[in-house]
Design a binder for this molecule. Structure first.
Ligand code: ADP
Ligand code: MG
Length: 720
């Protein structure tokens, strides 16, 4: 029953159904889990004369005059009435702006609790558009002290959301299944957690702060446990000693081929990897390090260790461009070490795919590099020892799970430039060990960053010509492919802010206030090739055929093309050391981590490099702050922290666009985001693991199993 649409609730018509959908709420169950983002404390009722001018206060007043509507201008009106305070006799004038429909909500002689800012006015007081609830004579104590503030959207007021939630709670209470406590009672008692129905009621309408804290703790625990269970169940990686031990590990031959010396941090990471791979307990390790710190060579070392011991290794990248680039670099290196290496991506011809699959299956191929194509059926290894994923954060949970599931007994190395705060890392990656590269190769320079607007266009073009004349190359990134707003949704490559609920309002605002026109890659490439002199400009985007992309990337890599205009397809991993200038058009549309990744494409060689962020003057406040962070900050960790502050952690957990988990009612943590209770996190993880170990099918906790299954339905079409 709770899986029915919110449209079944009294008072929720088609328009509100659509508004709820914008909040990710479709069913009654999802509404139950649409938790308040904050609470207003209205329980502290004061006298008008005791309320200070700052902040909001609660007062109980009796309506003294019938509300009247005053038209002030066309389309604008004020609803006004006077209310008096019992006991003191103080008078307060109350006004609502453009809310005539409230006229019938107030009857003279009735009392209400008003909550809002209180100002002095003449001998009395005034409140403008206060929140209110009717007070039933003699039942003052029953007024809820804490009122929920929900994430809202246009077309849905707090009151409407709140009313719908209350109805759905009532509906759920009559539905035994819905309120069945998903946690086994023993566990609940052991962890001192309140009952499920109590938690749901109190998260929405807490009776007091204590009840709220208990409710929150319980629901955070649920979220984390469900998440951990889902991971454990889909991954079922055991710590049993059944992985291939790669004991024949010798880094020297690889080192001898490198044109540089490994940094101390790289050496340490490689040693941690070597030590763990040489044993037969499967490694689950995450290698984190800022963009450009040199993670690829560490992966190469790990793959070398696998092959030296007679096994196979695989490297999976989130985009074809990156897979091709890794293949180009590593196959050259591996060739010199007599290690066979093949590329397997969607665009690989059928015949070639067949060959690669056969060679993997009979063990004659040592290393395969590819995209999610590696996860497709029919790809099987004769003796796999190591699975590596690059730019881990670009993959969905489902894909992460699929890769390790596919090779349950192999060592697992995941690489990421996104430094995830520790409490979140635990939640996301559960039992991964972490190796950090906290040092850049020597000689790297800070990429000078500028934020400019259209007025700067001519000078920017001159700057491009200057860079090219000096032998450098230039990336220009645009948010869309074509004129009419086709935002590049090349698989995982698009991660535009328009999808972000928290910023949608801001974007909507910006659109209304003459938002800077979106630069399309095709049109801008055309413009640049006509405007710039003696410069070869090419355009690259996600809708191109693979061979075409490849040819264009190749001509940029070898320096034939000097200016590459593209969509974010080049965001991750791509490495062209000769590139000295990164221009991001409509930079206001990109997220911080994305901008950091893009900027990381330059400054990879020894040449002085620059990043120019073109954002109109009329960008919203949050976007402006993002650009300012980019201009002043260069450290990936620092930027990630700011990102977290500006956009909230939900996005980290969603793993960007294209997460393999259903979004609606899905994995996006609702409460755990805001929970920095690391201890609770660890407990939830522990309990989940213990549960799965003793009862892999969760036969003893059917309600938990049901909720988990609903949560972990992978989105369609994300696995290839
Ligand atoms: P990321 O960690 O972002 O994946 P890459 O592995 O692509 O970084 O390395 C970035 C660049 O740095 C590459 O051109 C690589 O050859 C170079 N590089 C890696 N390690 C070193 C080092 N120790 N000294 C100098 N250059 C290095
Ligand atoms: Mg990389």
């Amino acid at each position: 029953m709770i899986e029915t649409s919110v449209g079944a609730l009294y008072g929720v018509g088609p328009a509100r159904v659509r508004a709820f959908a914008k909040l990710g709420v479709h069913t009654v169950e999802e509404l139950l889990h649409h938790y308040p983002r904050a609470y207003e404390f209205r329980g502290d009722v004061k006298l008008l004369r005791d309320c200070g001018p700052e902040g909001k206060s609660a007062v109980i007043l009796t309506v003294a005059t019938a509300p009247r509507v005053h038209m002030i201008k066309r389309g604008m009106s004020l609803l006004k009435f006077r209310a008096t305070e019992e006991g003191t006799g103080d008078v307060c004038e109350i006004t609502y702006f453009n809310q005539n429909y409230l006229k019938d909500s107030f009857s003279p002689g009735c009392s209400y609790r008003f909550f809002g800012k209180i100002e002095k006015k003449g001998k009395g007081y005034a409140m403008s558009s206060p929140a209110f609830e009717e007070v039933i004579e003699g039942h003052e104590d029953e007024l809820p002290p804490l009122l929920p503030v929900y994430p809202a959207t246009e077309g849905l007021s707090q009151k409407q959301i709140s009313a719908a939630v209350q109805l759905s709670l009532r509906m759920a209470l009559t539905d035994a299944d819905a309120m069945e406590d998903p946690l086994p009672a023993a566990l609940r008692h052991e962890r001192g957690l309140c009952a499920y129905s109590y938690a749901l009621r109190n998260i929405h309408r807490p009776t007091d702060l204590e009840a709220l804290a208990a409710a929150k703790k319980r629901l955070v625990y649920d979220e984390l446990t469900l998440f951990a269970l889902g991971l454990a169940a889909t991954r079922s990686r055991t710590k049993a000693a059944n992985a291939p031990a790669c004991a024949q590990a010798d880094l020297a031959p690889l080192e001898a081929l490198l044109p540089y010396r490994l940094t101390g941090a790289q050496r340490r990471a490689i040693e941690e990897i070597r030590a763990e791979m040489s044993g037969n307990v499967p490694m689950s390790r995450m290698l984190v390090g800022d963009v450009g710190c040199g993670k690829t060579v560490c992966a190469a070392a790990a793959m070398l260790f696998a092959v030296q011991s007679g096994y196979q290794a695989a490297l999976m990248a989130p985009t074809e461009i990156l897979a091709r680039q890794h293949y180009a670099e590593l196959s050259e290196l591996f060739g010199k070490l007599h290690i066979s290496c093949a590329l397997l991506i969607g665009a690989t011809t059928a015949a070639k795919k067949r060959d690669v699959r056969a060679a993997l299956a009979d063990g004659s191929l040592d290393v395969v590099i590819g995209t999610q194509a590696l996860l497709t059926e029919g790809v099987a290894f004769a003796n796999p020892a190591l699975m590596v994923t690059d730019e881990q954060h670009r993959f969905g949970v489902g894909q992460r799970a699929a890769l390790s599931e596919k090779n349950r007994y192999a060592h697992l190395l995941v690489m990421s430039a996104t430094p995830i705060p520790r409490s979140l890392a635990l939640g996301l990656y559960g039992d991964l060990d972490i190796s950090r590269i906290d040092e850049m190769p020597p000689g790297r320079q800070v990429v000078d960053t500028f934020v400019v607007d259209e007025n700067y266009r001519a000078r920017l073009n001159a700057f491009i010509e200057k860079q090219v004349a000096a032998g450098g190359q230039v990336y220009v990134v645009c948010p869309a492919i074509e004129e009419r707003e086709t935002i590049d949704a090349d698989g995982m490559d698009a991660d535009l802010y328009l999808d972000d609920i928290s910023l949608r309002d801001e974007v909507a605002q910006t659109i209304h206030s003459e938002q800077p026109a979106i630069k399309s890659a095709l049109a801008h490439a055309q413009y640049l090739s006509e405007t710039l002199h003696g410069v070869r400009v090419e355009c690259l985007h996600g809708k191109m055929k693979a061979a075409e992309k490849d040819a264009i990337m190749q001509s940029f890599v070898c320096g034939e093309t000097q200016v590459l205009v593209s969509t974010t397809v080049i965001e991750v991993g791509v490495n062209v050391p000769n590139a000295t200038l990164m221009i991001v058009e409509n930079a206001e549309r990109f997220g911080l981590s994305q901008l950091h990744q893009l900027r990381g494409r330059v400054g990879r060689g020894s040449r002085k490099s620059y990043c120019v962020l073109v954002g109109g003057e009329r960008v919203g406040e949050v976007a402006r702050q993002r650009l300012e962070v980019m201009r002043t900050q260069h450290d990936g960790f620092e930027i990630a922290q700011r990102d977290l502050l500006l956009r909230g952690p939900g996005d980290f957990l969603r793993g960007g666009a294209g997460d393999g988990i259903r979004q609606s009612g899905g994995i996006r943590f609702r409460l755990a985001d805001t929970c920095d209770d690391a201890e609770l996190l660890e407990l939830a993880m522990q309990d989940a693991r213990a549960l799965i170990e003793h009862d892999p099918d969760l036969a003893s906790a059917p309600a938990l199993r049901r909720r988990m299954e609903r949560m972990f339905t992978p989105a369609e079409g994300t696995l290839n």
